[in-house]
Ligand binder design. Structure first.
Ligand SMILES: NC(=O)c1ccc[n+]([C@@H]2O[C@H](COP(=O)([O-])OP(=O)(O)OC[C@H]3O[C@@H](n4cnc5c(N)ncnc54)[C@H](O)[C@@H]3O)[C@@H](O)[C@H]2O)c1
Length: 285
């Protein structure tokens, strides 16, 4: 997600420091951004000059303090882990200029809780981009308990300058996107688990019957089954409502390391070279 967010900011003229503790991730990120820019050029969305300018706006940094020392906005997109994010925001609060807005791309962690780890909760906000970032129009803008109107407006205007469509939501578990999406994915997994229908049948019903571009099981593989499970757990804990309890099949698959596309197998098998998909042998009839 970090490379996609850096891509859209750099493409729209912002000077971007892309920060990661892992230098290999930074190399991979620049390769991905270059490949995605090439695709935009070949589709006529971007000129060669625009591509060169985008890459010129982008620097990579491994030292977080150095990377944010002059920042007006930080968009954090590190691994979805609450302890890690709380630590990162405490460090960001110390390293970034006092007027810098600190945003998180978290899918599920409370913005209010992240804000409370800093001395500037009024300037902490959620900027939840969708995957793939250069393509998807939505930014879910999440206001924490203390986020001000002024900061929200700035982030709204900024999102529009990236040619995105911002939507304001309040800080409750799952926000809006995942609050509605994850129960649907969980129900699709229950439908498979209970033997109502097979993987392709469930996805075909939702694609052809409901006009979804991707079936829910395919989408779960794309998002990552570990990510889906983590978000369902946040909603289950946050609301205390059993309707968010993750399906035991999802729990088992994550325990077995079947995480979807990132591990090569979930409900589908993904051939990493040819990108071909087939139903996982576990679910073949
Ligand atoms: N994957 C999605 O579809 C998606 C969609 C929307 C939002 N998100 C959110 O975006 C965030 C990132 O998701 P992802 O799928 O890109 O995760 P990822 O695990 O693929 O990437 C996270 C990156 O963070 C780096 N990192 C870890 N600790 C760090 C630290 N202390 N300082 C700097 N970098 C650090 C890792 O090296 C890694 O490169 C999460 O909060 C996730 O919930 C993900």
């Amino acid at each position: 997600m970090g490379n996609g967010i850096a891509h859209v900011f750099a493409q729209h003229g912002y000077s971007v420091n892309l920060i990661d503790i892992n230098p290999a991730s930074l190399e991979k990120a620049v390769a991905t951004i270059t490949k995605n820019l090439d695709r935009q050029v070949s589709k006529g969305i971007l000129t060669e000059e625009g591509k060169a300018q985008t890459l010129a706006n982008l620097s990579t940094v491994t030292d977080m303090k150095q990377g944010v020392s002059n920042a007006e906005l930080v968009v954090e997109a590190a691994t979805e882990n609450i302890d890690l994010k709380l630590r990162i925001f405490k460090d960001l609060d110390e390293a970034a200029p006092a007027n810098c807005i600190l945003a998180s791309n978290t899918s599920s962690i409370s913005i209010t809780r992240i804000g409370a780890a800093t001395k500037r909760p009024d300037k902490v906000i959620g900027m939840h981009f969708m995957n793939p970032v250069p393509v998807m129009k939505l930014v879910e803008v999440i206001r924490g308990y203390s986020t001000t109107d002024e900061v929200t407006k700035l982030v709204f205007d900024l999102s529009k300058s990236l040619e995105k469509v911002p939507v304001e939501v309040n800080d409750y578990p799952g926000f809006v996107a995942n609050r509605i999406l994850m129960p649907m994915i969980n129900e699709a997994i229950y439908t498979l688990y209970e033997g109502v229908a097979g993987v392709e049948e469930i996805d075909t019903v939702m694609k052809l019957g409901m006009g979804h571009p991707m079936g829910p099981l395919r989408l779960a593989d794309f998002i990552g089954l570990d990510v889906c499970l983590a978000i369902l757990r946040v909603m289950h804990d946050g609301f205390g409502n059993p309707k968010y309890a993750p399906c035991p099949l999802l729990v088992n698959m994550v325990t077995a390391g079947k995480l979807g596309d990132k591990s090569g197998e979930g409900f589908y098998l993904l051939n990493k070279e040819t990108k071909e998909l087939s139903v996982s042998s576990t679910f073949k009839k």
